[in-house]
Design a protein around this ligand. Sequence first.
Ligand SMILES: C[S@@+](CC[C@H](N)C(=O)[O-])C[C@H]1O[C@@H](n2cnc3c(N)ncnc32)[C@H](O)[C@@H]1O
Length: 236
Amino acid sequence: MPSEPTGDRTFEDKAPDEYVHPDLNPYLKLHRSWGRPVLTADQAADQRGRWHEEFGRKAPFQVEIGPGNGFFLSGMASKFPDQNWLGVEIRFKRVILTAKKLRAADAESQARVCRYDANALDELFGPGEIDTLYINHPDPWPKDRHAKNRLLGPKFLDRIAPLLASGAEIRLKTDHLINVEALIEAATGHDAYSVLGRCDDVSGLGAPWGEDVRTNYQRKFDEKGEPVYGVWVRRA
Ligand SMILES: C[S@@+](CC[C@H](N)C(=O)[O-])C[C@H]1O[C@@H](n2cnc3c(N)ncnc32)[C@H](O)[C@@H]1O
């Protein structure tokens, strides 16, 4: 059962699926009836520890948190069709937008998108199941009183360490310096991680890990002439 996210979000984001009246959000109904590549929260949790069966093959498992409208997930899945791709998105509408992008990119066999709260990844993945975790422009929650809602808080690396394969990577792109510092600080002081690199101009210099696709938010910050940062972390 999906856990209930906390924070200053809209009603439909806070409530588990079964408490949302479908009239409040037409995308709730739509995401249930869409079929693959969309998985509801319950369908996604059922795959815990055996995601490769969902794809019908064993392949490097690449997970993106918060794909938004799906530019990155569809772009990367198209570039790397021999890998298994999953987007974990909390908003029903964005699940559907991502599904449409996957269809347009002809990436539906190697990619899925599920509606889930990334604060509860341990409900979704078994030990060592993830090979790469992409986090692109997580919600910034810039006010101090909302700091508890930031995904990359101090406990995040602890919680996901068991879910990452040995040598797995976390690849963060963000417009928000607080996220850069939070991840580097947490990884530096953590036995299970090492920081592989940092870049303060991903859009100009490229991502430190190489192959990349520009996200929707990244484009917005590029157009404003504002920096997009990258942090690259490895699981020991
Ligand atoms: C600022 S947007 C960035 C979207 C996209 N990654 C990009 O770079 O264009 C943050 C995304 O993360 C999603 N999100 C926020 N909190 C989340 C959570 N707890 N679990 C899963 N997705 C979440 C939002 O719904 C949104 O799609």
